[in-house]
Design a protein around this ligand. Sequence first.
Ligand code: HEC
Ligand code: HEC
Length: 187
Amino acid sequence: MHRLPNFAAARPHPTFVRTIARTLAGASLALATLLAVAPAHADSRNMLPRNPLPVYTQECAACHMAFAPGFLPAKSWQHMMGSLDKHFGTDASLDAATVQQIATWLAANAGTYKRVAEAPPEDRMTRAAWFERKHRKIDPQVWKHTSVKSAANCLACHTRADKGNYDDDSVAYPQGLPARFRTGWND
Ligand code: HEC
Ligand code: HEC
């Protein structure tokens, strides 16, 4: 399992928390306190927050999957939620109360580590430096191929992306993608 320390550094690392927890075994009150402040999972198996917001999944997974809030900084989410009528060439407008509810939840769960903290061009995680680095072995033509359609279509390769899982165990080679693009894939 690959952890994603890039996203986790602002919060204590789960392993670190577990280590402390072990050290404190017996001191149950302190342990309970520690576990209460344990971070939302920040490893590649669970990038989604522990407190899901049903309306987010309902409204923001209508045209694509619900992206994990931790992949963009608060600034990007704020800008996006303020311009839903001009959303990547489409109109994704919602009523003001719903916008407020989703915006608040996104802000609270946004990425905070420095690599995520800088708003990427167009507020696209697919244009963030960390995204390009993690996918540097993928031929640029792959993103446009009909079996993938777009880099934003995480599910084309990360079969459990909608569960927040980006672990390499759940990466699959897209069906229909010519074998010549296999070069560079780690599997
Ligand atoms: C009417 C359809 C529609 C709805 C509803 C919608 N989106 Fe999108 N969204 C799009 C399209 C189209 C793109 C561009 C996809 C691409 O480039 O492949 C996009 C792209 C995005 C991206 C950028 C992905 C990247 O390239 O990194 C984010 C983030 C995003 N949407 C978030 C949201 C959020 C948050 C909501 C809910 C408030 C939402 N979307 C609702 C159509 C929609
Ligand atoms: C064309 C296929 C493809 C698409 C589409 C794709 N990825 Fe990936 N992604 C990969 C491959 C291949 C890796 C490397 C896996 C490995 O380490 O073996 C990877 C790695 C990652 C990693 C690092 C995982 C780790 O354990 O270090 C993250 C995070 C990630 N992708 C997020 C995304 C997100 C978010 C999207 C959509 C916005 C996306 N990817 C779209 C193929 C893809």
